[in-house]
Design a binder for this molecule. Sequence first.
Ligand code: CAP
Ligand code: MG
Length: 450
Amino acid sequence: QPLTAAKRYAAGVMKYAQMGYWQPDYEPKDTDVIALFRITPQDGVDPEEAAAAVAGESSTATWTVVWTDRLTNCEKYRAKAYRVDPVPNQPGVWFAYIAYELDLFEEGSIANLTASIIGNVFGFKPLKALRLEDMRLPTAYVKTFQGPATGIVVERERLQCWGRPLLGATVKPKLGLSGRNYGRVVYEALKGGLDFTKDDENINSQPFMHWRDRFLYCMEAVARASAATGEVKGTYLNVTAATMEDMYERAEFAKELGSVIVMIDLVIGYTAIQSMAKWARRNNMILHLHRAGHSTYTRQRSHGVSFRVIAKWMRLAGVDHIHAGTVVGKLEGDPATTRGYYDICREEYNQKCLEHGVFFDQDWASLNRLMPVASGGIHAGQMHQLIQHLGEDVVLQFGGGTIGHPDGIAAGAQANRVALEAMIFARNAGADYVKDGPEILARAARTCTP
Ligand code: CAP
Ligand code: MG
């Protein structure tokens, strides 16, 4: 009753469980969206109450019962916290499972989904910390999204490249090069043996190089490198900008110049990403997503959003590439969890696998698969480990690991290509390429040396 609830609030105790948001007997329906949160309740707050509070606030509730609830089908629309499990070896921390009726969400909108699931709850007083660990997306909901426009198979067909990871490099230094010098880096790297080069996350249109200059010099370099090598080459032109109008203008120009791919940063936001994905599908372009900014909320184990959830949202949203970690490079990421991210990108159907942090079976309902990108402090000397951990359908990007080569950029690119092909050859021949990796690389390096 409203009066009682107001009194409870005045006493500083919220009772979402009593309001119906804790339903331990609830059996989730096939069409429910399910969210798994890691919750750390404040001292003295029961985990069931904390889970109910998250369910309430992320669906229909506010802090008190409102008269207008009775004008809705509130039992249907209420999210139901139906299970809490203690997290092993973490006293006071719980996994809470919450089921959401499908009608709570607009079709095909990540913005709408996230306004509920991560809208208010992360600042909630009854919780010390909250982390969205995973989600089960029902097929009926998955089918309302376009998914990746191109996908792994069609990208490989366009590149005429099978049986090995794709090779790329991020142009360095991140900022400061003129268009002409930037284009030289692209040409050298592509001619040396890479498939792609890539703009960095923070290169847009600065005084030292405006975006048109970058696009013109880069595409000239792509054309020259393709002619010189006879291979299909490309470069990820970053179209990230302040407004959608600017991004569309840049993407259209990239297409006009013959580029088959454009790049965006995660920081542009979910709606902008979905708009660009729609543009990419209409224009037959590949869309590369750099996850700039993600670790501000994915890195902490007890608070924020797991990257596996971001990967799921991005597969729905319809990007074709997503940065998903390296295991061995300069940035944080353990092998098992990273494997889980890659599985979310690359499998038609994810089997629940707690070892890899995949908490739910997930049917992707024929949405295209999305190509993961490994980048961040990696180099040719790790080729055996990269193939071991990340497999074949992946873009390996060596920025410093190409442009930092002592003999120059083309030599750096060549070292990466030779290392990759030597390792794939050894693997295909049945060698223990992981154990013998350093020896295989040393032999390959001798072959490379003039
Ligand atoms: C890599 C990179 C990428 C990060 C992104 C950089 O350069 O260009 O932005 O790898 O990380 O700026 O660090 P290097 P993630 O190859 O020279 O390290 O892929 O994890 O999102
Ligand atoms: Mg970068």
